[in-house]
Design a protein around this ligand. Structure first.
Ligand SMILES: [Zn+2]
Ligand SMILES: [Zn+2]
Length: 437
């Protein structure tokens, strides 16, 4: 098999012993080992998705820790970082500890979680950031909504820097959001200082993100804090992040496959399964996000896997909830539409789905995202030539809200291994309960 981590990719044998990578070399002779033939395939570190919604606790009808982790395994992911906007949100150490405990019993891949920036994710008072970090939060985010108010965000960043935790905001400003802020200011007798948002040509509320990205990046700069921008969708945002990086701000960013491959026009044709936050944009924006990814302004690829029940997504465009699932399609989409046409090299693409996000979220200490001897054997074997068709009805996710349903892809994870155990093979989850017994 070919290990893509090495430059140039090399044909290697990999020996796994007691769940760890014990040897990587040209010819390993180990008669007592059982062999997996990876000829013609590419072996990479287990994929890492730092932006998923598993909906547990509270909305298990959309997804749960078990179904979400199966979707991850089937798609080649061995590590996920979940968003805290569950019901109730993960805004206290107790809630985070309970979630991590449940995940240790139910998830078949490594599960980590972000915690809320503000209490109840209400955008009013900061959560106890020090205690959340201590309880194991890998970042803080009020995902789904931005943090209202420059001062509140600056305080969050200052605290986060002090307790060495990453801030990963959802920088999207919708008309409804801006109206709420305006009303709050009016209620406090303050001048609004903001004008109402314009409406897009489709009559759908326009949402921007560049204003909030600029605000949050500047605040991170002031606080000398690290900030990771979720799901970048606009050309303008890429420009702001590129400039900030140039002047040394500790900013990183991610993009989703849907913002890299779909446009607003396509979304209207596909219907509510392509309705997401932030929304799909113009072709120009999509191409700028792609270019930002290729040039390194956007560091990582993350799915923002956001399942909803099929019934919810069968509603009209206006009534359907926001969100697109991605764990079972991300790798195939990236290989087919970014690697094959040469927009990203294979090494770049894999890096953006392994080592880079692992480092940003501080998961690399235990070897997550890398490929070397001594670390747990979290590995994904990829068949770059395998042709397959996306069929959302066969997903392990409970969600069917996939705008790529029916698309033909080339390249697939054919084996996913967590700590030396095969959790999925040929897209079929092989291990029902990693923790039983
Ligand atoms: Zn978000
Ligand atoms: Zn999200």
């Amino acid at each position: 098999m070919v290990a893509a981590e090495f430059e140039p990719p090399q044909v290697m044998d990999v020996l796994i012993r007691d769940g760890r990578i014990s040897e990587i070399s040209k010819d390993i002779h180990c008669p007592e080992a059982s062999a997996i033939d990876g000829s013609g395939r590419v072996l990479v570190p287990g994929l890492v998705d730092v932006h998923v919604h598993f909906r547990e606790p509270g909305q298990e009808y959309k997804e749960d820790l078990r179904s979400g982790s199966k979707a991850a395994a089937a798609g080649g992911f061995t590590t996920v970082v979940a968003e805290p906007n569950t019901v109730p949100p993960i805004d206290t150490p107790r809630r985070l500890e309970n979630l991590l405990k449940s995940a240790s019993q139910k998830s078949i891949v490594h599960f980590y979680s972000k915690a809320a920036i503000t209490r109840g994710m209400m955008g009013m008072k900061l959560a106890d950031i020090a205690k959340l970090k201590e309880a194991g939060a890998k970042a803080i985010s009020d995902d789904g909504n931005p943090v209202p108010g420059r001062r509140l965000m600056l305080n969050a960043l200052t605290q986060a820097e002090r307790w060495e935790i990453l801030v990963s905001p959802h920088c999207e400003e919708s008309a409804a959001y801006r109206e709420r802020i305006l009303n709050k200011r009016r209620g406090h007798g303050q001048p609004p200082g903001l004008s109402p948002m314009p409406y897009s040509t489709h009559g759908a509320p326009y949402t921007s993100e560049e204003g909030l990205i600029r605000r949050d990046v500047e605040s991170a700069e002031r606080a000398d804090a690290r900030i990771h921008i979720s799901h970048v969708s606009l050309a303008k945002s890429v420009e702001i992040i590129a400039k900030a990086k140039k002047r040394g701000v500790r900013v990183t960013a991610e993009a989703t496959p849907h913002h890299l491959l779909l446009t607003e026009r396509m979304a209207r044709e596909i219907g509510p399964n392509a309705k997401a936050n932030p929304p799909l944009r113009s072709e120009e924006d999509m191409l700028a996000v792609r270019q930002g990814l290729a040039e390194g302004t956007i560091d990582a690829i993350a799915s923002d896997h956001a399942p909803h029940s099929p019934d919810e997504k069968k509603r009209t465009w206006d009534q359907a909830p926001f969100g697109i699932i991605g764990l079972e399609t991300t790798l195939g989409l990236v290989l087919t539409f970014l690697v094959r046409p040469g927009i990203l090299t294979l090494r770049q693409a894999i890096g953006k789905m392994t080592a880079v996000p692992a480092k940003i979220f501080g998961l690399d200490g235990t070897g997550i995202g890398s490929f070397k001897t001594g670390i747990p054997a979290d590995l994904t074997l990829i068949d770059l030539n395998k042709k397959w068709k996306v069929d959302s009805h066969r997903f392990y996710s409970k969600g069917r809200n996939c705008p790529f349903d029916g698309w033909g892809l080339q390249g697939k994870a054919i084996l996913t291994m967590v700590a030396g155990q095969i959790v999925a093979k040929d897209g079929i989850v092989a291990l029902e309960n990693r923790y039983s017994g």
